[in-house]
Design a protein around this ligand. Structure first.
Ligand code: GRF
Length: 220
């Protein structure tokens, strides 16, 4: 079966992108990464992608008069590469409904919290300030409302009394690297059904994951 032609949109270091590249390096994986697109020319993800032999593109948002022009340029890059599915991985621009509507059920994001808790930024600081005992990450379809799309995959990790935002972020990041490739495999192989605002995944292993601290690397 043809592999789903996938782009990863990044703005930063690209550890989730690297996890997706590692998983898709297996020819039996149902998606292949055909483009890594960054809105920042200095994103660490770009040399990482290039080192893996994956085509890269930069669409610098600062070069465009407005969001519409920026997104039209991104869309043109994606179409030029024959992209069928898009993964946001630390992509730090808010997308407009125009762009999102170009990718119905074909646009995913990873967010570092157990949504719907902690939408937005600084999720680890806020979780620590609230004293929660369980934190985690979510892969979801993108809808115009920020961090609010139907959930495809989640993983939970414990919060330790000694955690700092950095130690908690590292634990969550290890979980991110496990669930994002799985979510991509499910979406690319047609096992994600979007019904009435929620997602049903047709895969036996699709329940939420509880990851014990010992099962995760501390660094992403
Ligand atoms: C991750 O924590 C992701 O959940 C969030 O931004 C961070 C990106 O990290 N959206 P990386 O660039 O994938 O290393």
């Amino acid at each position: 079966m043809a592999r789903m032609r996938t782009a990863v949109l990044v703005s930063g270091r690209g550890s989730n992108m690297a996890a997706l590249l590692d998983a898709t390096a297996d020819p039996s994986f149902p998606a292949e990464i055909v483009l890594v697109l960054s809105n920042r020319p200095d994103a660490g993800a770009l040399p990482r992608a290039a080192a893996a032999g994956v085509p890269t593109a930069v669409v610098d948002h600062r070069a465009f008069a407005d969001r519409a022009a920026f997104e039209a340029a991104m869309q043109a890059e994606l179409e030029r590469s024959g992209v069928e599915l898009v993964c946001l991985a630390g992509f730090m621009r808010v997308l407009t409904p125009w762009f999102i509507e170009r990718w119905p059920d074909r646009l995913m994001n990873i967010h570092p919290s157990l949504l719907p808790s902690y939408r937005g930024l600084h999720t680890h600081e806020r979780a620590l300030a609230d004293g929660v005992r369980i934190h985690g990450c979510t892969v979801h379809l993108v809808v115009p409302e920020l961090d609010a799309g139907p959930i495809i995959a989640q993983a939970a990790v414990p919060v330790h009394a000694t955690d700092t935002p950095d130690t908690l972020a590292a634990r969550v990041l290890g979980a991110e690297h496990q669930i994002y490739p799985r979510a991509l495999a499910w979406l690319a192989s047609g096992r994600v059904r979007h019904e009435a605002g929620r997602v049903v995944v047709d895969a036996p292993e699709a329940g939420g994951m509880l990851l014990s601290p010992g099962s995760l690397p501390d660094q992403g």
